[in-house]
Design a binder for this molecule. Structure first.
Ligand code: FO1
Length: 306
């Protein structure tokens, strides 16, 4: 079965690892969190997927390289560099250095991502940035004005009150040809359990992406990141509320409703199944918490069969 996942970073990595155990597939990665630090082009979601599939992701943090040191960051702090609130480890920084150099030579983010993934030993999965154009997720907050996603989440610790989100550049940014080709050929499309507003919507908002999804012959299944009125981690609930959505699996089904056929929701949210089916979205109830590699593989199988 030709499988395509649409994913973010930290929240998606576990399911993406489970999908990898089931067979070859393509992962379309969010680029709305990308940012520049110390002159380096940083792609957190692309890197999180790459590290997860290469088996080097720091499981505790959910980002960066396991066991990484932070010597360069410490020196940057001593030198008074800006942006040292964003914790780039030394091994992680090597990836950003190579990426930035290759982009400066005129290679596309898609090409550079493939080179880095292959050199880190990723096999069986094409990690595809959703677009090679620049899209920036911008969070409007009550206390601090408009912030980049990393400023909102990392520098400000997610504390400012979000009032809305926009995807700067998305209307003019096209999905890459590689992404469009995978969507055309897909038999199963899985939207990973990621923050709907900051990890999935930047991709769905690209020029032509929703049309490409609708035209794809794949059965399209989302795995909800919500349990009750909260996400497993991160600011998804507050950002959904800021977007005028209920921070529940039903809210996620409403947000993706025009492009998905089915959704997998947590067993504790069984009571929402009827309302979700009422939206015309088929609903599968399953345990969605992934604590082990076996959980990751089990939930991936549920998503591939829903
Ligand atoms: N998240 C944090 O909470 N604090 C950090 O200092 C941090 C550094 C970081 C460095 C590289 C990277 O690829 C990701 C990093 N993240 C960090 C995660 C990132 O901010 C977000 O969780 C993702 O952008 C959301 O998917």
């Amino acid at each position: 079965m030709r499988v395509v996942a649409i994913s973010g970073g930290t929240g998606s990595a576990k399911l993406v690892r489970g999908l990898a155990a089931a067979g070859p597939f393509s992962a379309v990665a969010n680029v709305g969190d990308d940012d520049r630090f110390h002159g380096l082009y940083v792609c957190p979601d692309v890197d999180t997927l790459t590290y997860a599939l290469a088996g080097v992701l720091d499981a505790q943090r959910g980002w960066g390289v396991r066991g990484d040191s932070f010597a360069a960051l410490e020196q940057l702090k001593r030198l008074g560099a800006p942006g040292t609130w964003f914790n780039i480890g030394d091994a992680d920084m090597a990836v950003h250095l190579l990426r930035t150099a290759m982009l400066a030579e005129g290679r596309s983010l898609t090409e550079v991502t493939a080179v880095i993934a292959s050199r880190l030993g990723v096999t069986g999965c094409d990690i595809l940035p959703a677009t090679d154009s620049r899209v920036a997720t911008r969070v409007r907050t009550r206390e601090k004005g408009e912030l980049s996603l990393q400023e909102f989440w990392v520098r400000e610790g997610g504390r400012p009150t979000p009032e809305g989100v926009r995807y700067e550049g998305a209307e003019a940014a096209r999905p890459t040809e590689q992404v469009l080709e995978r969507l055309r050929a897909a038999e199963r499309l899985v939207i990973a359990p990621a923050n709907p507003i900051t990890s999935i919507m930047p991709t769905l908002s690209l020029d032509g992406f929703r049309d490409a999804l609708r035209a794809s012959p794949a059965r399209k299944v989302a795995v909800s990141p919500m349990v009750g009125r909260a996400a497993y981690s991160g600011p998804a609930a507050r950002l959904m509320e800021a977007a005028g959505l209920e921070p529940t699996s039903e809210g996620v089904a409403r947000l993706y409703g025009d492009v998905i056929d089915a959704i997998v929701i947590d067993e504790s949210d069984r009571a929402q199944a009827e309302a979700i089916e009422g939206l015309g979205v088929s609903c599968t109830v399953a345990p969605t918490l992934m604590r082990s590699a076996e959980d990751e593989r089990r939930l991936a199988r549920v998503a591939l069969e829903a």
